[in-house]
Design a protein around this ligand. Structure first.
Ligand SMILES: C[S@@+](CC[C@H](N)C(=O)[O-])C[C@H]1O[C@@H](n2cnc3c(N)ncnc32)[C@H](O)[C@@H]1O
Length: 325
């Protein structure tokens, strides 16, 4: 017995894309039965604050059947999108849809992007329900960081459930609609049960924020979505620091300054003081993330990904000075 004894015999983080492949034909019908699924993806894409995005190059990593790709294209209208997935079957469903020539689909894993000829820098990355599927989330986040241009954002749109309330909410969501809908529409009940256990054991929003910070992201923020997925699904935003090699560059710079006889100003805050600042939720003081979500993003447009109206999708909450969890 090891720490992964809870996993089903068939599905492992390193092979989960095969299970998605088995369920590819039913995937859109399944996510279409989750109220707000497409709307929430558009909200997360919009929260990156990229505007209309002409000339921008974006990555949709773990694009699946293209539902998240569509969210990126409809919110960042002028951007070019490279959409990547490890499952050939999921991509085959995606490719059958009607796409703008600005979209390119690529069959590879996050871990082997360079071998597939996909290189950064990207002006923004959307990772929707990908990170919770990775064998090592922090390693995956580091790979994503390395693909971003300095200052560019990553939006992780994903489940995160923590504490007894969060886990109870997650169990209720699974037993009342996710598992029954997966059985009726998706055809891969084993994958749905695997996801229930994996997400349930992966920690809450705070842990995800810490993972992103440890991976090297700046300005990490989190906000949940509205409706039945509230406090289950979140947008985690982080940015590649403007100075990629902060430690090395700072050390080199301070050695050069010391050699020139310069002394650091002691009135400057120590790095630890800066690190203890709470991460707020975005808003006017937030360097670049969207502080308002356009009306057309928040409202359902009646696509096949939102079976029910999603009037309760909420715009971002005002900054509170605390992380939202
Ligand atoms: C839940 S689906 C999300 C699809 C889409 N982003 C959406 O929001 O509907 C997760 C996708 O991640 C893909 N995936 C899992 N591990 C991966 C990896 N290491 N690299 C690339 N894709 C991966 C799976 O094949 C699957 O299509």
């Amino acid at each position: 017995m090891n720490g992964e004894a809870w996993q089903s015999d068939e599905i492992r983080p390193s092979t989960v894309h095969r299970a998605y492949g088995r369920g590819a034909s039913g995937y859109d019908a399944f996510v279409g039965s989750i109220p707000g699924y497409r709307t929430h993806l558009r909200v997360s894409a919009s929260r990156m604050g990229l505007g209309d995005g002409p000339g921008l190059r974006l990555l949709d990593i773990g694009c699946g059947t293209g539902v998240s790709t569509e969210a990126l294209l409809t919110t960042v209208k002028g951007a070019e999108v490279v959409a990547v997935d490890a499952s050939a079957e999921m991509l085959a469903v995606a490719r059958k849809k009607n796409w703008s020539p600005r979209v390119t689909f690529v069959h590879t894993r996050l871990e082997t992007l360079a071998e597939a000829g996909i290189e950064g820098p990207f002006d923004g990355i959307l990772a929707s329900y990908l990170v919770s599927n990775l064998p090592d989330a922090e390693h995956g986040l580091r790979l994503l960081l390395s693909l971003l241009a300095p200052g560019a954002p990553l939006a992780v749109h994903d489940y995160a459930v923590g504490g007894s309330r969060g886990r109870t909410r997650w169990a209720t969501a699974n037993w009342t609609y996710l598992l029954p809908m997966a059985s009726m529409r998706w055809g891969v009940s084993d994958l749905a049960r695997y996801r229930m256990k994996r997400v349930g054991g992966a920690g809450g929003p705070e842990q995800m924020v810490h993972r992103m910070e440890r991976a090297g992201f700046d300005d990490v923020r989190v906000q949940t979505v509205g409706g039945v997925q509230q406090h289950l699904v979140h947008t985690f935003l982080g940015r590649r620091p403007d100075e990629p090699d902060v430690v090395g560059e700072r050390q080199a710079r301070s050695s050069a300054l010391a050699a020139a006889g310069w002394r650091p100003d002691r009135a400057e805050p120590e790095p630890d003081d800066v690190g203890s600042e709470p991460v707020d939720e975005g808003g006017p003081g937030d360097p670049g993330y969207a502080d308002e979500i356009p009306e057309e993003v928040r409202e359902d447009t009646g696509g096949d990904g939102d079976a029910e109206p999603d009037a309760d999708t909420e715009p971002p909450t005002p900054p509170s000075g605390n992380r939202q969890v």
